[in-house]
Design a protein around this ligand. Structure first.
Ligand code: SF4
Ligand code: SF4
Length: 147
């Protein structure tokens, strides 16, 4: 299956991929409304890691063949859907076992509308042909391809 892969040699750490992710998963799909009006603001589902000497890369879920997060979830909230690892937020009890289990650090805490918390992760943008992070990157430092 296709996944999003980083090319660190082209990443300049601008974090536009994070912004595109937030907007894509917002209700309005509008950058200003998503950031300034929606409450709680949709959480990011990827992270830009910065290393020494200025190198950096954007990291998101690997959609593992054998996902430790799914095995670790105590309430069946994480599941595979046609290869994509997804979270059913209604089943999440915010125990954070998945966060501890993911070897890539690709699951995040998200505040929900009820004032509680649930886990949040990359879903490869099911409404798009190319995930928003990969499409927005001005340097093609994220590619969406089969390997
Ligand atoms: S969240 Fe982590 S463990 Fe789960 S599928 Fe993604 S990379 Fe693998
Ligand atoms: S935080 Fe939610 S998704 Fe993660 S292991 Fe706990 S119940 Fe499952």
């Amino acid at each position: 299956m296709k996944r999003v892969y980083p090319k660190e040699e082209y990443c300049m750490g601008c974090a536009l991929c994070l912004v595109a992710c937030v907007v894509e998963h917002s209700e309005s799909k509008d950058i200003l409304l998503a950031y300034k009006k929606e409450s709680p603001r949709p959480g990011e589902r990827n992270v830009v890691e910065e290393g020494f000497e200025g190198d950096c890369f954007s990291l998101q879920c690997r959609h593992c063949e054998r996902p430790d997060c799914v095995d670790a979830c105590i309430n069946g909230a994480l599941y595979r859907d046609d290869g994509v690892i997804k979270v059913n937020k209604d089943h999440c009890v915010a125990c954070w076992m998945c966060i501890m289990a993911c070897p890539y650090g690709c699951i995040y805490k998200e505040k929900n509308r009820e004032g509680g918390w649930n886990s949040n992760k990359c879903d490869l943008c099911p409404d798009r042909e190319i995930p928003a992070c990969a499409e927005v990157c001005p340097n093609r430092a994220l590619v969406y391809e089969e390997r």
